[in-house]
Design a protein around this ligand. Structure first.
Ligand SMILES: Nc1ncnc2c1ncn2[C@@H]1O[C@H](COP(=O)(O)OP(=O)(O)OP(=O)(O)O)[C@@H](O)[C@H]1O
Ligand SMILES: [Mg+2]
Length: 256
């Protein structure tokens, strides 16, 4: 592997008696798309929460582009080039789509409070916002209030907001959850298109296996906080432990 963009070593997060993430180690190559899958409660979101700085690991190390980012606050990690979307939509519903992207763009320079001052909503920021909306085929929604657009479009705006911070590592948490098949296809196509620019490395958690197999170069299967299998889609598809993680517990119980 070329020098990894992300190196995770022995990452662990405990909540009292619950070990949500248990001793996970992983290298991610630049421009790779890596899917993280696993049953509900496997630890995927908790893993993201540590990568993005929302939660401090109990132990372990996170290195991004050679720099130790373990336990840094979210805004520092985001400025270093790691940005994430949330499992639950989080955009400003009272603002227009373009304003949402503008706020995210000014956050990059630490000026987001200034955005609310009309005078600072300058040409370059608006131009950048328009270019980003165009790239994501969202231009037709630029002046709509974000609260009134479709659920699928809201999630696309959220991706626009994530990209506005100019990340090199993008963490998407269930980007197609709750979407119609055509919205899902839109997101899948978008991620593929962005990935092919060579500008981004993606981590994606996803329950829709069609999306996973369509996008992922490699797949990490998490189970009960641990890393169960890490491999190519074909390796993961044929792996007996993976089937067991999803189905085995039930059938073992049935057999007992
Ligand atoms: N803040 C918290 N406090 C206590 N326990 C937590 C907390 N966050 C997560 N957990 C527990 O950690 C485990 C992993 O949860 P997590 O949300 O990371 O799973 P997940 O793989 O993202 O699941 P899903 O597929 O449902 O989104 C679960 O047992 C969960 O109950
Ligand atoms: Mg989750």
């Amino acid at each position: 592997m070329s020098t990894p963009i992300l190196q995770v070593s022995n990452l662990t997060k405990r909540f009292g008696g619950v070990t949500a993430v248990s001793d996970v180690s992983l290298d991610v190559a630049p421009t790779e798309t890596l899917a993280i899958i696993g049953p509900n409660g496997a630890g995927k979101t908790t893993f993201y929460n540590m990568l993005s700085g929302r939660m401090t690991p109990t132990s372990g190390l996170i290195v991004f582009e050679g720099q130790d980012i373990t336990g840094l606050p979210p805004h520092r990690i985001s400025r270093l080039g790691v940005s994430r979307s949330f499992q639950i939509n989080n955009i400003f519903t009272e603002m227009t789509v373009r304003e949402n992207v503008e706020v995210a763009l000014t956050a990059l320079t630490g000026d987001s409070r200034k955005w609310f001052n009309v005078a600072s909503r300058n040409g370059p920021v608006q131009d950048k916002a328009d270019a980003l909306l165009d790239q994501l085929s969202l231009s037709h929604l630029a002046h709509q209030r974000a609260g009134v657009i479709s659920y699928g479009d809201k999630r696309l705006v959220e991706i626009a907001v994530v990209l506005a911070t100019e990340p090199r590592l993008v963490l998407l948490d269930e980007p197609t959850a709750g979407m119609t098949p055509s919205e899902t296809r839109q997101v899948t196509d978008l991620v593929k298109r962005l990935s092919e620019t060579g500008q981004y490395t993606f981590l994606i958690t996803e329950h829709d296996m069609n999306v996973v197999f369509d996008l992922a170069h490699r797949i990490l299967v998490m189970h009960r906080g641990g890393s169960l299998v890490l491999g190519t889609p074909d390796e993961v598809k044929g792996h007996p432990d993976v089937r067991k993680a999803y189905l085995g517990e039930e059938s073992e119980e049935n057999a007992a």
